[in-house]
Write a protein that binds this ligand. Structure first.
Ligand SMILES: [Zn+2]
Ligand SMILES: [Zn+2]
Length: 67
């Protein structure tokens, strides 16, 4: 599956779920209690991948929302 197909499928799922895109953006912008990076920087299992080619130096592997 190429990236465009995946993008379109995800977009369809979001549309069906009726979750506003703005809500998703806010969700992924929540910061991590452990390392201070946004949710978007963490992978699907919660490991932080760092920002802008810089690895996360806190070694965070379990995203925890700062709320
Ligand atoms: Zn983290
Ligand atoms: Zn991090």
């Amino acid at each position: 599956m190429d990236e465009t197909t995946n993008f379109n499928k995800t977009h369809d799922k979001i549309t069906i779920s009726k979750i506003p895109i703005g809500d998703l953006i806010l969700y992924f912008r929540v910061k991590c209690k452990h390392c201070g990076h946004h949710r978007i920087m963490h992978d699907s299992i919660g490991k932080c991948e760092g920002v802008m080619n810089k690895p996360c130096n806190s070694g965070c592997d379990n995203f925890s929302p700062e709320i």
